[in-house]
Design a protein. Structure first.
Length: 435
């Protein structure tokens, strides 16, 4: 048993230590805030405080985890220790760690900087927090799951201090996910949208697109976005399970899915649900109007005849101040949105699922965040990579995720699998993730 003395059992302290010692470097531990109980406890002992106490090993603590005010800006500082970027560095020579790793971990996984820095200039035109404003991007560690690396550093220290301590780790996992913004490219969108698209292709003299549309409309060819049978086949071949997120919002602006009333679309969703896991893809508009999420979620539940508990925001459009609370209020238990659209990497510094901490209410919640690390649109639309360059980015993410026993969660769209080379890349990614 690892006994940890703290001056105060704050919510932030309990949350962070639980994450570290129950999810990353797993060992029996106990937090104790009464010193007499600490001294009489059996087992290994360390202190998390701002001062040396007797001769117990100390991990120096800033006040950050003992606070509850999440609106104030803080200067976290940054340093390099053994070639690793660290936050909350200090000069306390009595400490076994040269930075307050627990404060650093909470800062990263709670997305404190996104909560406290709430100026409109820090967000893009879609209301998404810009990655260039993040500490991970500024300090150039976006491509590293730094929280895992920091925990590995602590594990080394603990094993040096207590050679008999038993520590285990999570197992590497692979969770492939598919966002269905549009199940079909040319059909099942209502007559106005379908024939309007035909007219537009003629207006632009795009005869290749016109011929493709006519072939699909008159059932001579398969709709390019309809790759669902192939995806089910990949599940069986590689013994994996996709998670599909369906957009059920009304048409408009950045929401252009098939009408939820369309019979073929509804049958497709039911067929997918029989073979894989299905979640809601809350519409772009739902992040502005919270009344839309329960309506969209109920539409999907009515189609599949089962509760919907998984979610990923359309456009990865969320903010930590209210989006996740709204998901919780509507029965969502797992969210898969924690990643940036413009860049690959580890937005929260982790590659394992973890419980969302509500900074506004200062409590840990039941919502589990499943952080993604790479998206097809990021590679090809934002980073403008070719297939070889894209796979190199994917490979690096997979390798570091495996190294730290994380969970590799890529985001792909059915519409990205139209191109044969992209299909091959997708399969290559699956094989690399499973190898």
């Amino acid at each position: 048993m690892l006994n940890v003395y703290v001056d105060k059992l704050s919510e932030r302290v309990k949350y962070t230590f639980e994450f570290v010692f129950s999810h990353l470097i797993i060992t029996d531990y106990r937090l104790i805030d009464k010193f007499d109980d600490f001294t009489s406890a059996e087992g290994f002992k360390i202190v998390y405080a701002n001062r040396k106490i007797v001769d117990y090993p100390l991990i120096y603590a800033f006040d950050f985890l003992f606070d509850s005010d999440s609106d104030k800006m803080i200067d976290v500082g940054c340093d390099t220790v053994d070639s690793v970027k660290v936050l909350f560095p200090h000069n306390c020579t009595d400490s076994i760690m040269s930075f307050d790793m627990f404060a650093a971990i909470f800062y990263m996984i709670s997305r404190y900087e996104e909560y406290s820095q709430y100026s409109s200039s820090l967000f893009d035109e879609h209301g998404r927090y810009l990655h260039v404003n993040s500490t991970a991007y500024r300090e150039k560690f976006m491509d590293s799951p730094v929280v895992h690396i920091w925990c590995a550093m602590l594990e080394d220290k603990l094993k040096q201090l207590f050679p008999q301590i038993v520590i285990s780790h999570p197992k590497y996992e692979f969770i492939p996910t598919i966002d269905v913004d549009n199940a079909y490219k040319h059909i099942n969108k209502g007559a106005v949208r379908v024939w309007g698209g035909v007219a537009k292709s003629l207006l632009h003299l795009d005869f290749k697109l016109f011929n493709e549309k006519m072939s699909v409309i008159f059932r001579h060819g398969k709709d390019p976005y309809d790759v669902f049978d192939e995806l089910v086949g990949l599940q069986k071949k590689y013994d994996i399970c996709f998670r599909f997120f369906f957009l059920m919002g009304d048409y408009g602006g950045n929401d252009k899915a098939c009408p939820p009333s369309d019979k073929k679309f509804r049958k497709l969703i039911r067929d997918v649900h029989e073979n894989a896991k299905v979640g809601i893809h809350p519409s772009y508009a739902s992040n502005d109007d919270i009344s839309l999420l329960p309506k969209e979620k109920k539409l999907l539940e009515d189609v599949i005849g089962a509760p919907v508990t998984m979610s990923r925001q359309h456009f990865l459009r969320f903010n930590v101040r209210n989006t996740f609370s709204n998901l919780l209020n509507n029965g969502i238990k797992e969210d898969y949105s924690m990643g940036y659209a413009e860049i690959v990497g580890f937005r929260a510094g982790v590659c394992v699922p973890y419980n969302f901490f509500d900074l506004g209410r200062n409590i840990v919640t039941d919502l589990v965040i499943y952080p993604l690390s790479v998206m097809d649109a990021t590679l090809f639309r934002y980073m403008k990579l070719n297939d070889v360059e894209a796979f190199d980015e994917i490979r690096k993410i997979i390798e570091v995720t495996k190294k730290y026993n994380g969970t590799f969660i890529p985001l792909w769209h059915n519409s990205s699998l139209v191109d044969n080379s992209k299909r091959k890349l997708f399969v290559k990614m699956i094989e690399a993730a499973l190898n």
